[in-house]
Design a protein. Structure first.
Length: 51
């Protein structure tokens, strides 16, 4: 059985630098609640890795 694997990522608004944490996979990129601009993935927050 396979569970849906979700990973937290930090997204940032290119206009006002508002950041949020979302979980991928996602269907569409979220829009900034402050200015409505489409946000982009800034950083993967993969803390489950133990290498
Ligand atoms: Zn914004």
């Amino acid at each position: 059985m396979q569970r849906d694997k979700t990973e937290p990522v930090q997204v940032e608004c290119p206009r006002c630098r508002h950041t949020e944490i979302i979980y991928i996979p996602i269907e569409t990129m979220p829009r900034c609640p402050e200015c409505g601009t489409e946000m982009f993935i800034k950083e993967l927050l993969d803390e489950g890795k133990s290498t």
